[in-house]
Ligand binder design. Structure first.
Ligand SMILES: *[C@@H]1O[C@H](CO)[C@@H](O)[C@H](O)[C@H]1NC(C)=O
Ligand SMILES: *[C@@H]1O[C@H](CO)[C@@H](O)[C@H](O)[C@H]1NC(C)=O
Ligand SMILES: *[C@@H]1O[C@H](CO)[C@@H](O)[C@H](O)[C@H]1NC(C)=O
Ligand SMILES: *[C@@H]1O[C@H](CO)[C@@H](O)[C@H](O)[C@H]1NC(C)=O
Ligand SMILES: *[C@@H]1O[C@H](CO)[C@@H](O)[C@H](O)[C@H]1NC(C)=O
Ligand SMILES: *[C@@H]1O[C@H](CO)[C@@H](O)[C@H](O)[C@H]1NC(C)=O
Ligand SMILES: *[C@@H]1O[C@H](CO)[C@@H](O)[C@H](O)[C@H]1NC(C)=O
Ligand SMILES: *[C@@H]1O[C@H](CO)[C@@H](O)[C@H](O)[C@H]1NC(C)=O
Ligand SMILES: *[C@@H]1O[C@H](CO)[C@@H](O)[C@H](O)[C@H]1NC(C)=O
Ligand SMILES: *[C@@H]1O[C@H](CO)[C@@H](O)[C@H](O)[C@H]1NC(C)=O
Ligand SMILES: *[C@@H]1O[C@H](CO)[C@@H](O)[C@H](O)[C@H]1NC(C)=O
Ligand SMILES: *[C@@H]1O[C@H](CO)[C@@H](O)[C@H](O)[C@H]1NC(C)=O
Length: 684
């Protein structure tokens, strides 16, 4: 059902006012600190003799006295990052040493070193030899990007007094202390686990936003690898002092590591940022750093930012192009898009040059998100290519470059028909990875739905159901990566369920996989991990060195944007939200309240449903924009009333009669002007 924009003149104005809905009302869920000076929250463990270890928790001076070889591990209560200072007290013998080690997970707390940033071994302890009382601060290249646990190690005979331990919180360097918690977006629903997941995703992305001069120097890259035996008695050096982008802040993949710009990771992190902090400058700096290294001869974009060497990745090259489409979509910055358009086309044409006479791209590089078997007419790469070409067609029309549109349209249609004829398995209800295997990957099948490379909606329904059938008690396995659970690819799986109209499956996967990541005691209970095993063991198939896994990875924050865009249903249809659609899909939830700001203003939607089939919705969009509301067909008959609060549009009454064999699909009302609206449906 569709209604035109001719809305009857004003009748009565009823209902409560919405608006004034600020991020602040759900402030208790925000994990970002209110001060950059952080203190330990509790004592996790004491080894040997440390008197009064507890006195160093909280914001006060204390006196912990280390006697002979002894250690204490403090817990910050959540994953944090920054530069550590110790205040050494008067009670100090000569020739004393005190060292510092860090760990994100409780599994890697050690007196021998920190958890790892290299492919093997662990990271070295930072030592002080305090000759006098005073404040001792680690050097800036030793800021630690992610840790929940901080251990102080005293290895000498004698006494040493510590009166304070502080960490100067370094993420989001371009924000004032106040801004750290001053989110531009919010989310709340009747399931508290889902609420905590949304905010942990937002915080994970803040943790991954760093000062560009403090990326990881990767001093052991290609020197120490999985074949190098780890040596606990010789932990490795580590330095966070490499300049990874221009500007004063940038978005990187992980907080502890790699602290590099990775475009694939950004494709999940960026929408999560938009709905929570709208920190687009950090996104822009990272994107620019990738385009800065575009090959001038071929158009090839780097796999990752510096200091990573330029390697070709079919997918990460495309993700960098998607990054521009996303940045434009969320920022509405046409000047940026026009300025980069020639480089974008150059990059697009480079990808298209890999299309062979099958109609699909032949992937010639193994480099992807570290899955295995990445080559040939791969379904994930071709779905991402199909998606990117379609983004290109849209961007081309925005910049009025009609020269490419017909060729790209024809190309997209060939990719789609080839993928469906060569890779779709109707019996299995899934796509094959490529035409020489029957492996049916999580990444390619999720991306097939996300990209709309599927030919019809029954394929989407089948993919959603078949992926859900594979879940273990710990999450969705990626068969293409030895059954690793990839919170990155699972982010696309969430989108696939939602696009297939299966909101309940998306919510179930959030509770299962992200609930595990948030609540398990080996996790940070505040930020989301890079990957793990489908039986819950914290081993990630592509790595041999378990302490290396990052526990704050922006690519694992998929629920934050999907909850806002699909469950609350606030969708931007064009740049900045000049056109929009409110299409809540509550699944098994009964109330959802969300909003976020773009440069055009605030977008918000609050939806409540009743058990009998009634529905009440308030939504708002900036004045000057145009949009639509789309709600599921109610399960009973009644009257739907839509009216603009204090607006000129008046009331629109819609009779909704459930016919025999309840209609499925959505009732959509188009042509709504930006403003505040209420929609009310009660069963008659
Ligand atoms: C505490 O002692 C245990 C057992 O010896 C050891 O494994 C651990 O590394 C020690 N912790 C610290 C922080 O020294
Ligand atoms: C304590 O650690 C420091 C730094 O590694 C080292 O120089 C010193 O020899 C150690 N002292 C003892 C007694 O192990
Ligand atoms: C907090 O954020 C809002 C936008 O969400 C902004 O209008 C306000 O100025 C910010 N306040 C401070 C003190 O930064
Ligand atoms: C792995 O590291 C060893 C040194 O430990 C080095 O000789 C070898 O070339 C490295 N292999 C790769 C693939 O980087
Ligand atoms: C570990 O490192 C120590 C100190 O450098 C060295 O003495 C020892 O031989 C190394 N062990 C192995 C197995 O490499
Ligand atoms: C990082 O710090 C180490 C130790 O101070 C230094 O040797 C190295 O040159 C620095 N690297 C960069 C890129 O500044
Ligand atoms: C650009 O690509 C060409 C062709 O693959 C290669 O020869 C050249 O080294 C690349 N340039 C840079 C700066 O990487
Ligand atoms: C096709 O997919 C399978 C399964 O992922 C993989 O083992 C194989 O290497 C792929 N073929 C190519 C050419 O990459
Ligand atoms: C893809 O290209 C590689 C390298 O050119 C070639 O060996 C391979 O046969 C091609 N694969 C397909 C499926 O055409
Ligand atoms: C594209 O053309 C339209 C209509 O002529 C114009 O309004 C718009 O400014 C143009 N956009 C760009 C980026 O040139
Ligand atoms: C399609 O999938 C079914 C069931 O998984 C499998 O038995 C069959 O071999 C597949 N078809 C092809 C053509 O590979
Ligand atoms: C998906 O593709 C089909 C054509 O196969 C098209 O009709 C439909 O509009 C597309 N859906 C979206 C959301 O772009």
């Amino acid at each position: 059902m569709k209604f035109s924009s001719s809305i009857p003149s004003a009748l009565t104005v009823v209902g409560a006012l919405i608006g004034g809905t600020l991020a602040a009302q759900y402030e208790q869920y925000i994990l970002a600190p209110s001060s950059r000076t952080l203190h330990p929250v509790s004592v996790y463990k004491v080894n040997g003799t440390v008197s009064n270890a507890q006195s160093l928790t909280g914001n006060k001076l204390g006196s912990a006295i280390f006697q002979d070889a002894s250690a204490v591990t403090y817990d910050y209560g959540k994953n944090i990052a920054g530069v550590v200072s110790l205040t050494i007290g008067e009670n100090l013998d000569v020739n004393q040493y005190v060292g510092i080690t860090f760990s994100e997970s409780s599994l890697w707390i050690s007196g021998l070193g920190s958890d790892a940033t290299a492919d093997s071994g662990i990271d070295e302890t930072l030592w002080f030899q305090p000759s006098a009382p005073g404040v001792y601060t680690v050097s800036r290249e030793h800021e630690r990007g992610g840790f929940k646990y901080l251990s102080l190690i005293h290895n000498t005979t004698g006494k040493l007094e510590v009166t304070q331990v502080t960490t100067h919180f370094t993420p989001m360097p371009h924000y004032t202390e106040y801004q750290l918690r001053n989110y531009t977006g919010y989310f709340h629903c009747n399931d508290d686990l889902i609420n905590r997941i949304w905010y942990a995703g937002a915080y994970t992305n803040q943790m991954c936003t760093i000062e560009p001069t403090h990326g990881n120097a990767l001093v052991h890259l290609f020197v120490v690898n999985s074949t190098t035996p780890g040596n606990m008695t010789a932990p490795l050096t580590w330095y966070n002092n490499y300049t990874v982008t221009n500007g004063s802040s940038c978005l990187v993949d992980g907080a502890k590591r790699d602290r590099l710009a990775w475009a694939g990771d950004m494709s999940i992190a960026v929408p999560g940022i938009v709905v929570s902090t709208n920190d687009l400058i950090s996104v822009r700096n990272s994107l620019d750093s990738l385009f800065l290294h575009q090959n001038k001869t071929t158009g090839q974009l780097p796999y990752a930012g510096v200091p990573f060497p330029s390697i070709y990745s079919a997918t990460y090259h495309l993700y960098t192009l998607i990054g521009v489409a996303d940045y434009y979509q969320y920022s509405n910055d046409l000047k940026y898009l026009s300025g980069i358009w020639d480089q974008w086309k150059f990059g697009m044409n480079f990808s298209l040059s890999f299309i062979d006479n099958s109609g699909m791209m032949n992937v010639t590089s193994a480099a992807d998100w570290l899955r295995f078997g990445m080559g040939g007419h791969n379904i994930e790469a071709n779905s991402i290519l199909y998606y990117t070409v379609n983004q290109g067609i849209n961007l081309a029309s925005v910049v009025n470059d009609t020269s490419v549109i017909s060729a790209w349209t024809a190309c997209a249609s060939r990719i789609k028909s080839a993928a469906n004829s060569l890779l779709w398995n109707e019996t299995a209800g899934l796509f094959h990875d490529n035409e020489t295997t029957t492996l049916m990957p999580q990444d390619g099948n999720s991306w097939a739905v996300v990209s709309n490379i599927t030919a019809n909606s029954s394929q989407n329904t089948a993919i959603s159901a078949n992926l859900a059938n594979r879940w273990t008690p710990f999450g969705a396995p990626a068969v293409e990566a030895d059954n690793a659970v990839s919170p990155f690819i699972s982010g696309f799986e969430l989108q696939a369920h939602l696009l297939a109209g299966n909101a309940s499956a998306a919510l179930a996967l959030m509770r299962l996989e992200w609930g595990f990541m948030l609540n398990d005691p080996r996790m940070t209970n505040s930020t989301f991990i890079e990957g793990y095993q489908d039986d819950g063991v914290l081993h990630y198939a592509p790595y041999t060195n378990d302490p290396r896994i990052s526990h704050a990875h922006g690519w694992a924050t998929g629920p934050t944007s999907t909850l806002t865009f699909y469950i609350a249903g606030i969708q931007l249809l064009s740049a900045g939200g000049q056109t929009w659609k409110m299409a809540p899909a509550l699944g098994d939830l009964t109330s959802v309240d969300a909003g976020f700001a773009t440069s055009l203003g605030m977008f918000a939607a609050q939806t409540n449903v009743t058990a009998s089939g009634g529905m009440r919705m308030s939504f708002e969009a900036p004045v000057g924009t145009m949009g639509a509301v789309s709600v599921p067909y109610p399960s009973c008959s009644g009257k739907m009333l839509l009216h603009e609060v204090n607006g000129a549009s008046g009331d629109l009454e819609v009779d909704v009669v459930a016919e025999k064999g309840t209609p499925t699909g959505n009732i959509e009302i188009d042509g709504l002007e930006g403003g505040q609206w209420e929609l009310d449906f009660s069963c008659s």
